[in-house]
Design a protein around this ligand. Sequence first.
Ligand SMILES: [Zn+2]
Length: 340
Amino acid sequence: MDGIQITEPKKLSAISKTENFNAVESSKVIITKAMLLREDFHSYLGDERTLYPIIPARIGIGKISAVSEDSVSGFERGVRVFPHPETPCGKCFECFQGHKENCSSFNIASKNADGFLRDFAVLSNEDISLLPPSVNDYSALFIDHVAVCDKVIDKLQLNKGEYVIIVGGDILGIFLAQVIMYYQGIPILVDNNEKNIQLATRAGVYYTLFADNKLEKNVSELTGARMSKKVVYMTGSNLNTDIALKLAGEYATVCLAGFGTPSLKVNFNIALIKQLNFICVTNGYGNIDSAINLLANGAVDPNLFTIPTVKQSQAIEKIKEMASDINYDAESGMLIVDII
Ligand SMILES: [Zn+2]
């Protein structure tokens, strides 16, 4: 296997290593496209959660080139697949009990397991999903994003006609707004970044609000002074978590959602006064197939976003160049690499 790895913070190099293809019920997947997210750039710049050396690119898509002889998966050579970015460890108490969705130690691509900036990977058939023809390669790169949004909606138990306040118009926040609309909820998206507000408007989000001193009044008017029973704070935004708590009504549920785990301060004084409930979503595990359906049905529009694309031979140079310029624009910190 040939790929590119982060040897240590701020150091990238080409690597070549042998990967055995003898595990049961597994497939060899030729990676065709990889996508780096902001979390990959954090790993490049130095992140205490990253296990170095590591191959970056949380996201990859590919084609099956061989299937193990014992396989009952029905996978055939040449089919397009999406390898899951998070896989359960298979060793913890929850995994042993069969509750893999509650795994206490997920393998996360590009954090504690190799990502997809490489020419092939040998993967368990449990950890790959087939791509239907209706989901093209570009859209497939966003399956994990949509899976996180779908999981947020499951956990919030969204009802039709219900308001959901989204604090943070990063790419996940904008997709979340689209998925909420698909399920006939009403998103109110809040950000302090003009570009992100414009993107959200282009995404069809009717209520977009600036995070300014009129915000609480504006939300109160929209929701008939009840504020919202459901608020999602996007951990990829740089907004103060107080905003989410202030916009939440009494006994509301506040969800913290995003791939990253930045150090956040939460004002529990407000939480106690309002007796808020908190939930956290940091991966889309368990919602991947549902996300593929949402993309196939056009529930979200990945074409809203313009993501730079390079060939693998230019990847090292481009990652170094981009790492110095990561900001809070929704499109920032993403790079697609064409592997073949
Ligand atoms: Zn586990």
